[in-house]
Ligand binder design. Structure first.
Ligand code: S3P
Length: 175
């Protein structure tokens, strides 16, 4: 079966929902940010700090190419993968693309707790989130399915995805 690829802005729940979805569908879970950290032997924030965003994006594209070659996996991507059209083309070849969205207020709240996202370590976080969202919104819209995670439990969101994928003929039997 094709991969299920989760796209979306930081704080929309890609990792938490993806992990649960994988468990429920009994599929392997792949976290592209984790792959990058393992390959580089450093945390995302350190990679940005030491080598800059351009280097990070190169690593990200390499790991996307690798993840896109998997089968049957649930893949959680980093929020910026959509910036490179080639990433999306690769993921689409062997995957169904699901964008998770959330309101800017909820994104700000969810991302406030951790300082692991270098792009959000800005003096005006609200302005930064709004500008990035505006820039990326049309790219996230290119997914096959769009799910709002502003409200609802992780289980409800995972269930919503399963129902949509089943209706679209992307899941066989129980998954
Ligand atoms: C980024 C999102 C992060 C991570 C990096 C850059 C982005 O992943 O890849 O900090 O450009 O939106 P999450 O979306 O999992 O936080």
């Amino acid at each position: 079966m094709k991969n299920i690829v989760l796209l979306g802005f930081m704080g929309t729940g890609k990792t938490s929902v993806g992990r649960l979805l994988a468990r429920q569908l009994k599929r392997p879970f792949v976290d592209v940010d984790k792959m990058i950290e393992i390959a580089c032997g450093a945390a995302i924030s350190e990679i940005f700090q030491k080598h800059g965003e351009k280097f990070f994006r190169e690593q990200e594209s390499e790991m996307i190419a690798k993840a896109a070659s998997y089968e049957n996996a649930v893949i959680a991507t980093g929020g910026g993968v959509v910036l490179n059209a080639e990433n999306i083309a690769r993921l689409r070849c062997n995957g169904v693309l699901v964008t998770l969205t959330a309101s800017p207020e909820v994104i700000l709240e969810r991302t406030a707790k951790r300082t692991t996202r270098p792009l959000l370590n800005a003096p005006d976080r609200e302005q930064t989130v709004k500008a990035l969202l505006e820039n990326r919104e049309p790219l996230y819209q290119e997914a096959d399915y769009i799910i709002d995670t502003t409200s609802g439990s992780l289980h409800q969101i995972a269930q919503k995805i399963i129902v949509l994928l089943r209706q679209g003929g992307h899941l066989r039997g129980r998954g």
